[in-house]
Design a protein around this ligand. Structure first.
Ligand code: XMP
Length: 323
């Protein structure tokens, strides 16, 4: 029968048998999947695992700190943090096309990650043979691994691995859905804020800015996103929604009036959705007073934003993310 205890026990045994006395590397994205995958592998092989966290500067407010402090404290994992914000911003300069952004972010991510890997191997010798991936069942299916369906968006955590990969993959979550992953994470003792965190795409806020990605725009979006998350949590809605992307329409301006003056600012889109597995989704019917609070706070507190709009599209036809 399916219990989180059984899943953990089975995976721990399988991972130990697979890895033996070799070593493994795991990329942490700040999301639930990689955190739970890492915690499982850590439970199986302890200090034979090293985690790498690439801070690409496209994270939400507070996320890097959460990985560096809370995740490490609860698992005792070896963590190497790489600050690559400048490198990513430079590579993204002038780029507005969504697929182009995804490719650049995926490519830079692999480069930075490979460099970190090389450093770890230089430190620890040739025994580093395994790479941990937080691939879930829906990722496998959406990338064509399960059913032969076409890859809808280039998910860099599944399809984007380099071809000359010398690592063997450990994918302990490959048969699980998101809610099961959360249960496993909880059982493993991970902090609530990490286990209950909304899904967040690998390319981060880079694909939540419609238009070019700049540091200034990222900072605006980070503020707006933090306000939305804060109010959704305060209203007790975290468990009712699957995720709520907050999107900055950086290429759009509209006229507004704030204080005594006319403004010409950008809209922020709220995209709250309900879903079981992200393959389909419905827009969430959030209470109007919560939406009103988020709208008032964002327009008051975030510079250059003078309008907040709500996305009422299901998936299909809309994807959850805007890019
Ligand atoms: P879409 O926009 O395709 O998103 O409806 C489905 C789910 O996948 C997440 N997503 C990603 N996750 N890397 C990821 O790890 C990615 O490149 C990526 N793109 C989208 C999205 O947040 C939603 O939960």
């Amino acid at each position: 029968s399916w219990t989180t205890g059984n899943v953990i026990e089975e995976q721990v045994e399988a991972i130990r048998a697979q890895v033996g006395d070799k070593r493994a590397i795991c990329g942490l994205s700040g999301g639930v999947d990689s955190a739970v995958a890492a915690a499982l592998v850590q439970k199986a092989i302890g200090s034979q695992l090293t985690c790498v966290y690439v801070d690409h500067g496209l994270m939400r407010k507070g996320e890097t700190e959460q990985v560096e402090k809370d995740f490490v404290a609860s698992t005792g994992v070896n963590l190497k943090v790489v600050d690559a914000e400048e490198r990513f911003l430079k590579a993204l300069a002038g780029v507005s096309d969504p697929e182009e952004k995804r490719k650049i972010i995926g490519r830079e991510f692999i480069r930075v990650f490979e460099q970190a890997q090389a450093e770890i191997i230089a430190d620890e010798g040739p025994a580093v043979e395994f790479l941990v991936q937080g691939t879930l069942y829906p990722d496998v299916v959406e990338s064509g691994g399960g059913t032969g369906t076409a890859n809808i968006k280039s998910h860099h955590n599944v399809g984007g691995l380099p071809e000359d990969l010398e690592f063997q993959l450990i994918e302990p979550l490959r048969k699980l859905f998101k809610d099961e992953v959360r249960m496993v994470g909880q059982e493993l003792g991970l902090p609530e804020e990490i286990v209950q965190r909304q899904p967040f795409p690998g390319p981060g806020l880079g694909i939540r800015i419609v238009g070019e990605v700049t540091k200034e725009r990222l900072d605006l979006l980070r503020e707006a996103d933090a306000i939305a998350r804060e109010e959704l949590t305060a209203a007790g809605l975290d468990r009712d929604i699957w995720q709520c992307p907050v999107v900055l329409l950086a290429d759009v301006r509209s006229v507004g009036v704030q204080g005594d003056g006319r403004t010409y600012g950008h809209p922020i889109v709220l995209r709250p959705v309900s879903s079981e597995d992200a393959m389909t989704a419905d827009w969430s019917r959030l209470p109007y007073d919560v939406l009103a609070k988020i709208s008032t706070r964002i327009t008051n507190e975030v510079r250059d934003v003078n309008r907040v709009v709500l996305d009422v599209t299901s998936k299909p036809p809309g994807t959850i993310e805007w890019e």
